[in-house]
Design a protein around this ligand. Structure first.
Ligand SMILES: [Zn+2]
Length: 103
């Protein structure tokens, strides 16, 4: 089970955007990278297309490796580690390892 999911609030631990907080916009299929709102912006040169007559340079989030991210716990008000519990019926829940808040 992937520890991070879409719409989680995460903190960037490493790289250019270290310390930034954002929401996960999407997880990439492999589950190793995530697109995070406002993080890891790159400039892309967009070609003029039928839909976009403007073209030019646009800024877009680039995926960041999940090992550089930590979930932000509202209970602790800081980045934290996720624990995973397996319930009797096989369902899994994620919780904060420090304050036990369930995500
Ligand atoms: Zn917590």
């Amino acid at each position: 089970m992937a520890k991070l999911r879409k719409n989680d609030t995460v903190v960037v631990l490493a790289g250019r955007d270290r310390g930034k907080t954002g929401k996960i916009l999407a997880m990439l299929p492999a589950g190793k990278r995530a697109l995070v709102e406002g993080v890891n912006f790159v400039k892309k040169h967009a070609r003029r297309t039928r839909d976009d007559q403007q073209g030019g340079i646009i800024q877009k989030e680039a995926p960041i490796h999940v090992s550089n991210l930590a979930i932000f716990c509202k209970g602790c008000n800081r980045p934290t580690k996720i624990g995973i519990d397996v319930l009797k019926d096989g369902a899994k829940t994620r919780f904060c390892k420090k304050c036990k808040e369930v995500f």
